[in-house]
Ligand binder design. Structure first.
Ligand SMILES: NC(=O)c1ccc[n+]([C@@H]2O[C@H](COP(=O)([O-])OP(=O)(O)OC[C@H]3O[C@@H](n4cnc5c(N)ncnc54)[C@H](O)[C@@H]3O)[C@@H](O)[C@H]2O)c1
Length: 285
């Protein structure tokens, strides 16, 4: 399969490119960044422009759309200009990528949504139930999160009007082996992880999820939680729940000792996704 990977020069884009290549796919990295290294098939495009998106997706069989700007940074919550720019850039790029795929008759788009559509950092309201799952209401609190939630809405339109399949992967915070070295510092201040319920997902797992979603037996617009099965904390989940005040009362089922407060069971079922790595492997020696 010939797969365009937007944001292909970014952190996740590079991992997805490597994962697809390792499984026999041809990848076409698409990014606004100047090419830093020799990247086979690279197409430079600013996806905020529809015509550039249309040119960039010419001749591909499927798209992994990762290009985006901004992070769910609480510092920008009341900075209207930064918020507006993030929302406009991400929403426009996502619309353009979906529309360009429709123009070319591309029927499968896998794209990066975010855990933040469900409320993290929970500064305005807490979760309605735990663990977070696809049944939780969509309640974005930042314009980064709002851009992702809007993208999920756009996906329903393209599925309905163009008979496309669009799989939104709601990634938790993406970590890799180098990040795990800093965990003792994170453990020393457990309140640091509270904003996203101490969740994370390993970069290799993210890349595998993108690959599996390209061929998964799904139709229409689907959104899936993509988190590691365990938390990033060294403290038991029951202890973390206590720090959330009413947290323990919100649980819908008994949880494992270090089980994540974000549930990816639907992704396991639909993608056949089996998380490859936990931070615990890095510490197991
Ligand atoms: N990293 C995380 O923890 C995390 C968590 C949840 C969701 N996501 C989402 O995953 C995706 C990839 O994240 P990442 O960590 O690899 O980010 P990144 O910043 O490393 O990469 C994003 C890439 O998109 C490109 N890009 C930005 N605007 C563009 C535009 N207008 N046209 C073309 N290219 C453009 C950038 O040049 C960059 O190479 C994003 O959509 C992000 O919102 C990331």
């Amino acid at each position: 399969m010939r797969v365009a990977v937007t944001g292909g020069l970014g952190r996740i884009g590079r991992a997805v490119g490597a994962e697809l290549a390792a499984h026999g796919h041809e990848t076409v990295p698409v990014d606004v960044a100047p090419m830093r290294a020799q990247e086979p098939g690279y197409r430079r495009a600013d996806l905020r422009e529809l015509w550039q998106a249309v040119d960039a997706l010419d001749g591909v069989d499927a798209v992994v759309h990762l290009a985006a700007t901004g992070v769910p940074d609480s510092h920008t919550l009341h900075s209207d200009l930064a918020e507006g720019a993030t929302f406009t850039a991400n929403t426009t790029s996502t619309y353009n990528v979906f529309q360009a795929a429709a123009v070319h008759g591309v029927k499968r788009v896998v794209w990066a949504s975010s855990e933040t559509v469900l409320g993290p950092p929970f500064r305005i309201g807490g979760p309605t139930h735990l663990p977070l799952d696809e049944d939780h209401p969509v309640r974005p609190e930042t314009s980064y999160a709002l851009s992702k939630a809007t993208g999920e809405g756009l996906a329903h339109h393209f599925a309905h009007c163009h008979a496309m399949t669009l799989v939104a992967l709601r990634f938790s915070v993406v970590m890799d082996r180098t990040d795990y070295a800093a965990l003792p510092e994170y453990w020393a201040r457990p309140e640091r992880g509270r904003w996203n319920l101490w969740s994370y997902v390993d970069l290799d797992d993210v890349a595998m999820s993108c690959r599996l979603a390209l061929t998964a037996d799904v139709e229409g617009a689907t959104a899936l939680m993509i988190a590691a099965p365990d938390t990033l904390s060294d403290r038991p989940t029951a202890e973390l729940l206590e720090t959330l005040g009413e947290g323990a009362k919100l649980t819908t089922r008994p949880l494992g000792a270090f089980e994540s407060l974000q549930c990816s069971a639907k992704a396991r079922e639909l993608l056949g996704r089996r998380p490859a790595r936990s931070w615990r492997d890095a510490y197991a020696g």
